[in-house]
Write a protein that binds this ligand. Structure first.
Ligand SMILES: NC(=O)C1=CN([C@@H]2O[C@H](COP(=O)(O)OP(=O)(O)OC[C@H]3O[C@@H](n4cnc5c(N)ncnc54)[C@H](O)[C@@H]3O)[C@@H](O)[C@H]2O)C=CC1
Ligand SMILES: O=C(CO)COP(=O)(O)O
Length: 333
């Protein structure tokens, strides 16, 4: 058991909170999952299963669930696994955490009105606490099934990054460290929009050449925007950048990809998100990232195309073909 973290609290009893509990429980004396739904908590405590997410997974004995946010207070590590839109509220509701409690952001997105990354929100609310992030190609379904996975831990304090790396190490799980929190978080946020784009292209039947081109140009665009917003270029070539881009643009597990597929098949955004029943961060993040790109003055044709489909009513096929008919340019600009 790592000395730094005898136990942990996970905020969020959704897919990722559940997968994180499965991953970390063998390394901790106790994991408390904290959610809003009493029936979910009751089922986890009684039947060792989450009745809404990853329902086939049996949770280890040392995982318990609660709906009381204050139950996070007795732990040296608190993981934020709620959707990005809920992170600030959750953090505010938790005010009064001891200043030595380590906060680990696990969500992927930036805040709508401020453009802040999740670690920045946590820093606003907990200016004295150590803050870190984890990201990468990390589908909850596969982590919970003990399938081989790699992640990157971001922290400016090297010792903290190493403690978390030790915690996020298991026979099937390998983690790397980095001090580029901005790069890690921006990659994880921006790739959600491209996963929707790749799903749209697949739904429209545009073909493998088109999807490969789209994802390749998405990486160039993600790097251009991410660097302008404060990340380092090499981070976008890593697990939290291209790694997660590949996972979500091509995986059947990706909720963002599934929303895109439904749009490509002619469904409305409302139909696509309602039938999903889980969060697809790319939907709100198309707004926040489109805003951030406009404010930074960065050229983002793919994000603009997704924005026009989701929020301006442009037909998906039209927006995709418009990408091809833009002025010709050299590849590396
Ligand atoms: N599912 C995955 O494979 C991965 C998800 N993530 C990220 O983790 C975050 C959470 O995603 P999932 O667990 O997959 O979503 P989910 O849709 O499976 O579950 C969301 C959970 O958050 C709760 N929730 C929603 N609004 C809330 C609010 N206002 N206050 C408190 N709780 C609220 C819901 O009740 C539910 O328990 C997202 O930012 C996602 O991008 C990151 C890596 C992998
Ligand atoms: O971030 C993820 C995997 O790394 C999850 O992606 P989706 O939210 O698209 O399912």
């Amino acid at each position: 058991m790592p000395d730094a973290f005898p136990s942990a609290a996970i905020l969020g009893t959704g897919s990722f909170g559940t997968a994180l509990a499965v991953l970390l429980a063998p390394k901790l004396s106790e994991v408390v999952m904290i959610g809003r739904d009493a029936a979910v908590a009751e089922s986890i405590n009684t039947h060792r299963r989450n009745p809404r997410y990853l329902t086939e997974i049996v949770l280890p004995e040392n995982v318990r669930a609660s709906t009381t946010l204050a139950d996070a207070k007795g732990h040296s590590l608190v993981l934020f696994g709620v959707p990005t839109a809920a992170t600030r509220q959750c953090a505010n509701d938790l005010a009064g955490l001891p200043r030595e409690t380590v906060l680990l952001s696990c969500a992927k997105g930036i805040e709508r009105n401020t453009g802040e990354r999740m670690s920045e929100i946590l820093h606003d609310v907990f200016p004295d606490n150590p803050i870190a992030v984890v990201s990468g190609p990390n589908h909850a379904e596969e982590i919970a099934a003990n399938l081989a996975t790699c992640a990157v831990i971001g922290a400016t304090d090297k010792a903290l990054a190493c403690d978390l790396q030790e915690l996020f190490t298991a026979p099937h799980f390998r983690s790397y460290t980095s001090d580029d929190l901005a790069g890690i978080e921006l990659g994880g946020a921006i790739k959600n929009v491209y996963a929707i784009a790749a799903g749209i292209a697949a739904g429209l039947g545009l073909g493998d050449n088109a999807i490969a081109a789209l994802v390749t140009r998405a990486l160039a665009e993600m790097t251009r925007l991410g660097v302008a917003l404060g990340g380092r270029a090499e981070t976008f070539a890593g697990l939290s950048g291209v790694g997660d881009l590949i996972a979500t643009c091509f995986s059947q597990h990706s909720r963002n990809h599934r929303v895109g597929l439904a749009l490509g098949h002619g469904k409305s955004l409302e139909e696509a998100t309602t039938s999903l029943g889980m969060v697809a961060e790319g939907v709100p993040n198309t707004l926040s990232i489109h805003d951030a790109a406009s404010k930074a003055g960065v050229r983002t044709p793919i994000i603009d195309a997704v924005y026009s489909i989701l929020y301006q009513g442009k037909p998906a096929a039209h927006a995709m073909y418009e990408l091809l008919s833009r002025d010709p340019r050299p590849e590396n600009t």
